[in-house]
Each structure stands twice: as structure tokens, then as C-alpha cells.
Write a protein that binds this ligand. Structure first.
Ligand SMILES: Cc1cn([C@H]2C[C@H](O)[C@@H](COP(=O)(O)OP(=O)(O)OP(=O)(O)O)O2)c(=O)[nH]c1=O
Length: 205
């Protein structure tokens, strides 16, 4: 879906002389960090929506729908791009979101142990009435993790706000046997894709 405009041009426009302003419709400190690290001036305005999956909905359809709802729920009366995202872990067709509690988190990590799973992040960019969206997948394979290791991990890591109950950017890095796809997508936002989408929206204006 990406047309020709070079993402470096957007970063230059965004990151140096005057940082490009965006509104982040998310409470995720990781998404904020990733956008700021890319040189954008970010205003945070989280959207509060019901994130329950619908019966029979695929994981991809769920992240796409939720991200769109988050983008639309953000009330903005300017042409500043609004960015929203939603991340879910998928294993054997099952969606793993944020755990209810530590017992639920342990169940999720036991499912992921020794297997490959996908992390899907849908991202929406809205400028006025126009909205663009994309969904990026990263495949992650965990090595076998023992029950004791999982319990120790849960004791020392903050995972209740993380899809799949782990943070690749934290202690779970040692669980990773292989990864294919963008790392920042696992952390909650595929930044290169997001910048391309902003560039395309600006070209349409
Ligand atoms: C798998 C994984 C997820 N995550 C995070 C990314 C997302 O912030 C979070 C998934 O929850 P989301 O519902 O996508 O986002 P959120 O609740 O943090 O923020 P909001 O709904 O306001 O947009 O899990 C990590 O930080 N590291 C990881 O390794």
C-alpha cells in the first residue's frame, strides 16, 4: 500500500527543524517513547473503548477494529495526525491480550513456551475525515520455559499491561529463540509503517 515518498523525508520534516506534531490516542508509554525517539512531537490523548473481542472474530480483524475505534474516539478539530494502535498475541488462532491477573499471565506464558506465535499490531492514522490503517505481524519463537522460570519472571517484571503477558523489551528477551519481523511492532507500534502512513496522508491533503 506504500507509495514512493521516502520515509527519511518525513523523519527530516518531523525530527529536526520543527518536529512534526502528532496526537497519540493511546495510554501506552512504549508507543509514546517510540514516536518521540523517531523525532515527533507527541501529544497524548488516550481513547477509552471496550477492547473485548467479538465472537468468531479473527485476531487480525480484532486488532484492526479496535485500532480504528481508538482513532475515531479521539476528538480532534485540527489536521494534526491522530495515531492509534492495538496489539495482540496470536497462538493457534487464539488471541492473547492483557492478562486479568498473575494466574492468567502464567497460563499465557505456559502456552507460549516452546512455540512460535505471532504479534499483530494494527495502526491507524487519521487526519480529519481521512483514515488509513495497516496491520503488521511479527513472528516470535519462545524456547521452552520452565514453570519456575515463569513464576520468577512474573515476580520481577511488570506484565499486566502487556499483550501475551510478556515484554520483549524487558526480562522476556531471554525467552526469544527467533524473531522475524519488526521488533517495535511487538513493543506496540511499527514506527516505519506509521511514518509511511503519515507521509501518504500528507500527500493526499
Ligand atoms: C508482546 C508485547 C506487548 N507489549 C505491549 C504493547 C501494548 O502497549 C500492549 C498491548 O495493549 P494495547 O491494548 O494494544 O495497548 P495499551 O493498553 O498499552 O494502550 P491503548 O489501549 O491505550 O492504546 O502490550 C509490550 O510492551 N511488549 C511486548 O513484548
Amino acid at each position: 500500500m506504500h507509495r514512493k515518498r521516502d520515509v527519511r523525508a518525513v523523519k527530516l520534516e518531523a525530527g529536526y527543524a520543527t518536529p512534526m506534531e502528532v496526537i497519540l490516542a493511546s495510554r501506552s508509554p512504549r508507543r509514546l517513547f517510540l514516536l518521540q525517539a523517531a523525532g515527533l512531537a507527541v501529544e497524548v490523548r488516550p481513547s477509552h473503548i471496550d477492547e473485548t473481542a467479538l465472537t468468531g472474530e479473527s485476531v487480525e480483524d480484532t486488532v484492526k477494529r479496535l485500532c480504528r475505534e481508538k482513532a475515531l474516539a479521539c476528538k480532534v478539530d485540527s489536521d494534526i495526525p491522530v495515531i492509534a494502535a492495538d496489539t495482540l498475541v496470536a497462538i493457534h488462532g487464539e488471541a492473547l491480550g492483557q492478562p486479568r491477573d498473575l494466574t492468567h499471565a502464567k497460563q499465557m506464558l505456559m502456552k507460549l513456551s516452546g512455540h512460535e506465535h505471532q504479534v499483530l499490531t494494527a495502526v491507524c492514522v487519521r487526519v480529519g475525515e481521512n483514515i488509513a490503517s495497516d496491520c503488521i505481524r511479527t513472528s516470535v519463537r519462545f524456547r521452552e520455559i520452565s514453570e519456575t522460570e515463569i513464576e520468577t519472571y512474573l515476580l520481577h517484571n511488570e506484565i499486566l499491561d502487556k499483550a501475551g503477558s510478556y515484554a520483549i523489551q524487558g526480562g522476556a528477551a531471554s525467552f526469544i529463540e527467533a524473531i522475524e519481523g519488526p521488533l517495535d511492532n511487538v513493543i506496540g507500534l511499527p514506527v516505519a509503517t506509521t511514518l509511511h502512513m503519515i507521509a501518504e496522508m500528507k500527500d493526499m491533503q
